[in-house]
Structures are given as C-alpha cells and as structure tokens.
Write a protein that binds this ligand. Structure first.
Ligand code: CO
Ligand code: CO
Ligand code: CO
Length: 313
C-alpha cells in the first residue's frame, strides 16, 4: 500500500501508522487489544488503555481520541466485570486527556479489551523506530519483566509486592516520557511490547547500518523477575522471541539464562526506548527523573560496528 500522504505504513513495522492531512499536521493511528493479564477487571482496563495509547507516544504524537474494542462472554460473565474494565480504560483516557468517541462490542467466548487510538503530530516531528545513528545513547523508561511476573502470578507463585510493582509499571502512561522527548535531539523511539527488549532493539537496527551495544548491568528489571525466570516461570513468547532474534545477538554466552529470559520477555505496556544524541543523553535522563519517570536508565549505545548486531556486554 502506498499513497503520497502515507508517511508511515505497515511495511515499516513501526508502532503506529501516520497519515498526513495538511503540510503541518498528520494523524497517528493505532489499535491494540488483548485478553486479561491480571485478575482485577478495573486494573486490566487501565493496563489495556495505557498499552494502546503508548504506540502514539512512541511515534512522538499526542493522542486525542479513542474507541473501545470489546469482546465479552455475556452469558458466562457478570456484566459488572465489563463495567469495571471500561471504567479502568476510561480513567486512563481521562488521565491522558484523550476523549472516548465510541467503540464496538461483540459476544465472544474469551474476554478481550483494547482501544483504537488517534493522535496528532507534525510531519517533521515523527519519531520512527529506525533513525538512530552511531554515537546515540539509548534510554529505557520502564523496568522489564512484566511477562514473567504475570506468568508467576498465574501460576500462584508471585509475591504480592512483585505483582503490585508490575501493575504500577503497566498502568503508567508513557505520556510524561513522550513529553520530555520533545525538548531533546531524539533520533528514534519505540515502545517495548511483545517482542521484548532485544526484539524491539533489533527493529531499531533498521536496515543494519548500525549496531547496538547493551550494558547488561544497566538494564532496569522488576523485583523478583530474575528469581521467577530462574524457576522457569517464563511465558512462551519469550522463547519465540529468542528463536527469532537470537541470530542478531552477540555475547549471550556471558549472560545468565534468567537474565536472557528477561531480555526476551514480552512486555505489556512497556517503556519507551529512546535513541538520543550523546550530548543530550544526560540532560534527558535527568529531566525524565525530575518528572517522575524514576526507572529510566541509559541501557545501550549505538555503534558503527559490528553492523546489524545487538552486542550484550
Ligand atoms: Co509499539
Ligand atoms: Co505497535
Ligand atoms: Co501496539
């Protein structure tokens, strides 16, 4: 599909599509929905909404409207559950100053919820996932391990504090981080979701003109995630990510198996990965922490070679 006004389309494997409607204005559009990952319906609604909104933030856009997508087993579940989910979603939209304009629901055996989101952006301000250049630093704004914690929780093995921290991370909007980015020389951005850290970093390699060197001891990780990974409480998606992305990864031998699981762990409503000019790296990190994005860390450096590789060090 190509069209003169289609600035970012599906062939880019980016976070959202971008369509120019005027020389100074483009629409950012994205949709995301999934089955419950936590027990509490209200919390699930919040997480699903924060996750769907995140793709607009990851493009550098400002979300303005959203529509609910609902699949609900009306004969098998109390309608109150749906009400709580929608309330959680709506409260996140309010926090994001996004207006709910409609939606659609169907009957389904399995509950699913999410949003279609529309945002605005100036065509010159679009941040794709592939603009990083050698010398850039890469910042991650949320700790990893939500997939592993959710798996441990489903297996009845997770400590309440670990679950609570994961929920805090998943319900947090990437809005503040996206606003902070606007004041700095950011070359690329994406959010960490289903492909895990190494999958999304791999997408940032683009056509392979750069490499990315990851400082393992700098990667922020949720409390207990490594312990649960060591107990084998790892979602199937992590293994699929590893099979798919491992050919691009160097230095995995120097990494413990549980840390490697975390690097491939599929995230829900994960943080932004921000590639920023070296001169701006300390400034943006300080600003992020000042506005409350406390877990943000510089985790990697963009290098000229080896090209097309993720180097664990
Ligand atoms: Co995304
Ligand atoms: Co996306
Ligand atoms: Co998405």
């Amino acid at each position: 599909m190509s069209h003169p006004n289609l600035l970012v389309g599906i062939e880019h494997i980016d976070d959202a599509g971008v369509f120019k409607i005027r020389d100074d204005l483009a629409l950012v559009q994205t949709v995301d929905f999934f089955t419950p990952i936590v027990d509490d319906p209200y919390t699930f609604g919040q997480i699903a909404a924060a996750n769907a909104l995140s793709d607009v933030y990851a493009m550098g856009g400002v979300p303005i409207t959203a529509m609910n997508l609902v699949a609900f087993p009306i004969h098998a579940m109390e309608i109150e559950v749906l009400r709580e989910i929608l309330k959680g979603g709506l409260d996140k939209m309010r926090e994001a100053e996004v207006v709910l304009v409609g939606g659609h629901s169907i009957e389904d055996q399995e509950l699913k919820y999410g949003l279609a989101v529309t945002g605005l952006i100036h065509p010159d301000a679009i941040l794709t996932n592939t603009g990083a250049v050698a010398g850039d630093w890469i910042i991650l704004t949320k700790p990893l391990g939500t997939g592993i914690i959710n798996t441990a929780q489903k297996g009845g093995m997770a400590a309440p504090e670990a679950v609570q921290k994961a929920i805090e991370v998943m319900t947090e909007l990437n809005r503040k981080a996206a606003e902070v980015m606007k004041g700095f020389r950011v070359h690329a951005c994406t959010d960490v979701t289903g492909f895990g850290l190494l999958g999304h970093l791999s997408e940032m390699l683009g056509a392979g003109k750069i490499g990315i060197k990851i400082a393992l001891d700098a990667v922020p990780i949720l409390p207990q995630a490594e312990e649960y990974a060591g107990m084998g409480l790892v979602p199937g998606g992590a293994r699929r990510n590893r099979e798919f992305y491992a050919p691009k990864v160097q230095g995995a031998k120097g990494c413990t198996p549980s840390l490697l699981d975390i690097l491939y762990d599929p995230q829900t409503s994960g943080g932004l990965l921000i590639a920023v000019a070296e001169e701006d790296a300390e400034g943006i990190l300080r600003f992020l922490q000042e506005v409350g994005v406390k877990d943000a860390r510089t985790i990697a450096e963009v290098v000229a070679k080896p090209k097309g590789r993720l180097i664990l060090s």
